[in-house]
Design a protein around this ligand. Structure first.
Ligand SMILES: Nc1nc2c(c(=O)[nH]1)N[C@H]1C(S)=C(S)[C@@H](COP(=O)(O)OP(=O)(O)OC[C@H]3O[C@@H](n4cnc5c(N)ncnc54)[C@H](O)[C@@H]3O)O[C@H]1N2
Ligand code: MOO
Length: 403
């Protein structure tokens, strides 16, 4: 048997993926349909915001402050354009957001006035410029408001819509194929079979892809049979930019994915990494299709997803900032890793005020998965750092911050 090569250090494996993966392409779409998509162009204001002088209150635009009475010559709602310019002693009733007529130098609030017929009486002082939003005050024309590589969340999507731009260049969504392998893997709904497992990897992955808005198709669970697995992978490769398999990547008799991805025509990019759990990951490329051979253990699958697969999917989507999002947290329990590998520790956030504190969940075993039910995120220990003390600050990868 060939001696096993040293697994790739985690940062090197991440870099290999960043370098090898490119976005799948771009398309022009209707801005309304662009929610969740990634911009492939910078977005600039098409005109100044606001494009006319606007009243910030319901009130009266006056020609010159300091008089006690004004003649009301016009009433303007938001969106209506003034027909008259205001001259000395004249006022216009303006609603919030309405365009202030030429000659109007200030707007006084309704509450500070009295009106008899068309005669306006001022009951408070008003200064020049008061309650008027100037042209371009918010943004000048041709100002960048959104950058290429930004994923349009509801907030950013509404900013795009606010610009009024109707068509937008976005990255095409990658199509993902999922292959679940394993004779022992049952689908939810099938009767329990002693010695088997229910498929959680499919549901974890499809749930994550759904959150990203990425379309996917699933095959399996398929039996651990070399021909079946090869045919299933080929079928998915025809239609998908990225094919992800679950299981069958270690050294067992039924582990067929690894030899397949080492066969002719595939270029292996990553062949095992120094992460724990999740070491046996294999990533290969053929033509324009990427193949991720993910370990079947759900804990190993999940960890590989957050550190390698999610950055890859984001990169295919055209996202600018693809690396896992981390923030500082204080340890309530000490952590111990092993030198020479990147240990990933499942943690739970402690619910009390003050700096965010996390504690390690009791089990960190690769074969255990159910405690992810109370797990908020992961802490990565470096290959040089063996031990962290309670009270030390660590970088927390919180699940909810990754999508
Ligand atoms: N001799 C060696 N044995 C193992 C090695 C090794 O280097 N030499 N590596 C170990 C490591 S590390 C891991 S991680 C696992 C990975 O194994 P596989 O990817 O081949 O996964 P399977 O054997 O197919 O399954 C492992 C485990 O996970 C369960 N499983 C599989 N698919 C699913 C699913 N969709 N949903 C839920 N659970 C699933 C499966 O029933 C097994 O219990 O290998 C070690 N062994
Ligand atoms: O890398 Mo495996 O996930 O240690 O058990």
């Amino acid at each position: 048997m060939m001696p096993e090569k040293r697994p790739l250090p985690l940062p090197d494996a991440q870099q290999v993926l960043i370098d090898a993966v490119i976005p799948v392409g771009t398309e022009m779409i209707n801005s309304v349909a662009a929610l969740g998509r990634v911009l492939a162009e910078d977005i600039f204001t098409p005109h100044p915001f606001p494009d006319t002088r606007r009243s910030a209150v319901d009130g009266f635009a006056v020609n010159q402050p300091g008089l006690s009475h004004y003649q009301i010559v016009e009433t303007l709602g938001a969106g209506e354009l003034p027909q008259l310019d205001l001259t000395a002693g004249q006022a216009a009733a303006v609603m919030t957001g309405a365009t202030v007529p030429e000659g109007g130098v200030a707007v006084i609030r309704v509450e500070d006035t009295g009106v008899t017929d068309n005669l306006l009486e001022l009951k408070a002082d008003v200064a020049v410029g008061e309650n008027i939003n100037r042209i371009g005050e918010e943004m000048a024309a041709e100002t960048r408001i959104l950058s290429a590589g930004t994923r349009l969340t509801p907030v950013q999507h509404s900013v795009l819509c606010c610009s009024g731009i109707a068509q937008v260049k976005v990255y095409r969504l990658p199509v993902v194929g999922i292959l679940i392998t394993g004779d022992e893997v049952l689908q939810v709904g099938q009767p329990h079979r002693v010695g088997s497992v229910y498929d959680s990897n499919r549901h974890f992955l499809s749930g994550c892809l759904a959150q990203l808005g990425v379309p996917y198709k699933v095959l399996g669970p398929v039996n651990d049979d070399a021909d079946t697995i090869r045919q299933s992978l080929e079928q998915l490769a025809k239609e998908c930019d990225l094919v992800i398999s679950s299981g069958g990547v270690s050294m067992g008799k039924y582990d067929f994915i690894r030899p397949l991805l080492h066969s002719n025509g595939f270029e292996v990019l990553v062949n095992r990494t120094g992460i724990k759990p999740g070491r046996p990951l294999i990533v290969a490329q053929r033509d324009a299709t990427l193949f991720f051979g993910m370990p079947g253990y759900p804990a190993a699958f999940l960890v590989n997803f957050f550190y390698y697969l999610l950055p890859t999917v984001k990169r295919l989507m055209g996202v600018d900032d693809v690396m896992p999002k981390v923030r500082p947290a204080v340890l309530a329990t000490p952590l111990k890793g092993r030198k020479g590998r990147w240990d990933v520790i499942r943690v739970q956030l402690d619910n009390y005020s003050g700096p965010e504190t996390v504690h390690k969940l009791a089990s960190q075993m690769t074969s255990h998965y159910l405690n992810f039910g109370s797990c908020d995120g992961l802490v990565l220990l470096g290959d040089e750092i063996d031990q962290r003390q309670a009270g030390e600050s660590v970088e927390l990868l919180e699940f909810s911050a990754q999508f």
